[in-house]
Design a protein around this ligand. Structure first.
Ligand SMILES: NC(=O)c1ccc[n+]([C@@H]2O[C@H](COP(=O)([O-])OP(=O)(O)OC[C@H]3O[C@@H](n4cnc5c(N)ncnc54)[C@H](OP(=O)(O)O)[C@@H]3O)[C@@H](O)[C@H]2O)c1
Length: 252
């Protein structure tokens, strides 16, 4: 049987990388993206190939729609020439960074950057990719625990993730006619390069967040990727339009 195919944005590192690997373990071929770290993306391609699946890395800047037509053509070219003219079965909108800045000093430029990266980018990239998605496919948008609770310094970031949760519901509603499911995954605090890796590298901060978590630690990338892979698979075929929080029980 032919492999299913997933496109995962921002999979050179962190949560996107783990999602791509977990999807490959479930039998998906992967098209993954990076923004600057091509060498990291090439390593992820090798890791996926060693699992026994095909993988291809493409460059993408999610913060501007200018490159989306070109990117969509590149995805189509890979599907046609390398993957037997198949279409995508899953899209994981994951790419992005956070900014910690007080409400008082956040500039219009910073707010625009967060809007473009976390809301406008996934909105129009998903729209562009619709013709390349199979009916019955699954879209996972990456939200954040910060859409449910507030943490000082994230006023330009958390509300964008709340918008992602809302967008997932609207997409699920309108794309249901094609049996395309759309859900959000909302990770809590996870040890990645996010925020300069502060959560992973500053022990005091790490412990403070662990103490607010029912399971007593902060998250690791592999706490998230398996949930993303589940939501992309048929095992979750009746989960649609949902925000799935994956935090170990943070701020309950
Ligand atoms: N870690 C957490 O605690 C946490 C919690 C909740 C939600 N999230 C969300 O999870 C997602 C992934 O975060 P992460 O922790 O895995 O971060 P990460 O380790 O810093 O990885 C970020 C990924 O996004 C790519 N990227 C960055 N800017 C981009 C841009 N403008 N266009 C396209 N790709 C870009 C990076 O590519 P390069 O490697 O090429 O730079 C990398 O692959 C983000 O949406 C984030 O908001 C993270």
């Amino acid at each position: 049987m032919a492999s299913k195919i997933a496109l995962v944005t921002g999979a050179s590192r962190g949560l996107g990388k783990d999602s791509a690997l977990q999807l490959a373990k479930k039998g998906f071929d992967i098209i993954l993206t990076y923004q600057t770290k091509k060498e990291f993306a090439d390593e992820v391609v090798k890791d996926i190939e060693s699992i026994g699946q095909k993988a291809f890395a493409l460059s993408l800047d999610i913060s501007t729609t200018l490159g989306f037509d070109q990117f969509t053509s590149e995805v189509k070219e890979i599907l046609d020439s390398q993957l037997g003219s198949a279409k995508l079965d899953a899209l994981v909108n994951n790419a992005g960074i956070g900014i910690n800045e007080s409400f008082e000093t956040t500039t219009e430029e910073t707010l625009d950057a967060m809007t473009n990266m976390h809301f406008k980018g996934p909105y129009f990239l998903s729209q562009k990719l619709l013709p390349l998605l199979n009916d019955g496919s699954s879209i996972v948008n990456t939200s954040s625990g910060l859409a449910r609770w507030s943490y000082g310094g994230y006023s330009a970031y958390g509300p964008m993730k709340a918008a992602v949760d809302s967008l997932s519901r609207y997409m699920a509603l309108e794309l249901g006619v094609r049996k395309i499911r759309v859900n959000s995954v909302a990770p809590g605090a996870i040890e990645t390069d996010f925020g300069g890796g502060v959560l992973r590298d500053v022990a005091e901060f790490n412990q403070q967040l662990a103490s607010q978590t029912a399971l007593g630690r902060v998250g690791l990338p592999d706490d998230i990727g398996s949930v993303v892979a589940f939501l992309c698979s048929n095992e979750s075929k009746w989960i649609n339009g949902q925000r799935v929080e994956v935090t170990g029980g943070f701020n309950l």
